[in-house]
Write a protein that binds this ligand. Structure first.
Ligand SMILES: O=C(O)c1cc(=O)[nH]c(=O)n1[C@@H]1O[C@H](COP(=O)(O)O)[C@@H](O)[C@H]1O
Length: 243
């Protein structure tokens, strides 16, 4: 795990909110505590592209979570448009055609691509129902290796798979994990989850957190508590690595 990423920059808050005004109110409440925001499908379809540009211009890191997957020409051309927003990350589903096309579309820009391996709301039974002849761990590992070979910058996976995947992809591929649940928080529709500290201790580089922050009575306090957990886990991992 690269210890040079500041603990605060490891928290990515998912702005899964119904409108730009709601998102702006949340960003104001969170203030300097949060440096990295994810804009997904809900907010994008509610007019969030302008907000993405404004956030990037204001110096925040922006993660466009649009999970591209289509014929290669469409993915490449969509990626080329998204690269103009000034965002740092974009998700693409971890299929070879889509990953290669997104890389071609991002060429010449600073956009980094994250390949979604297996959604954190899926377990082995969900994969079997969708016709896959392998379980979550095997499919995550297979897609991680393909993504690395293609030259993708990072992976979306659950914290349950980081220790399996890190040796397969080496130190330079960023491991970004949703499925984060501070102890005692609602699991909701997530199936593969872990606390912030355990996720970092297990080798996640950055954590995506939505409802545990945006649905908290005090989102700023919730974000600050997660950053504190991340900082303690990073310190612990640093000590273990040195010993
Ligand atoms: O690509 C993602 O960000 C993503 C992939 C995945 O496998 N699971 C997953 O939960 N996400 C996103 O991460 C966020 C998690 O939100 P919470 O469950 O509210 O913390 C949501 O915005 C999801 O769309």
């Amino acid at each position: 795990m690269p210890t040079e990423i500041a603990p605060r920059d490891r928290l990515i808050v998912a702005l899964d909110l119904p409108g730009v005004a709601d998102a702006e109110a949340m960003i104001t409440r969170l203030g300097d505590r949060v440096t990295f925001y994810k804009i997904g499908m809900e907010l994008t379809y509610a007019g969030g592209l302008g907000l993405a540009e404004r956030l990037a211009a204001d110096g925040k890191h922006v993660f466009m979570d649009l999970k591209l997957h289509d014929i290669p020409t469409t993915v490449e051309r969509a990626t080329r448009q998204i690269a103009k927003l000034g965002a740092r990350f974009l998700t693409v589903h971890g299929f070879s055609q889509s990953m290669k096309a997104a890389l071609a579309g991002a060429d010449g820009s600073s956009l980094e691509l994250l390949a979604v391996t297996v959604m954190t709301s899926y377990d082995d039974a969900d994969l079997a129902a969708a016709g896959y002849a392998m379980g979550v761990k095997e499919l995550v590992a297979k897609r991680a290796v393909q993504a690395k070979e293609i030259g993708i910058h990072g992976l979306i996976l659950s914290p349950e798979e980081t220790q399996l995947v890190r040796p397969l992809v080496g130190p330079d591929v960023q491991l970004v994990t949703p499925g984060i649940r501070p102890a005692g928080s609602d699991v909701g529709d997530q199936k593969r989850i872990m606390t912030p500290a355990l996720a970092i201790a297990g080798g996640a580089d950055r954590l995506v957190v939505g409802r545990p922050v945006t649905g908290a009575a005090d989102p700023a306090a919730a974000a600050e508590a997660i950053v504190a957990d991340i900082a303690s886990a990073v310190a612990l991992v640093g000590k273990t690595n040195r010993s």
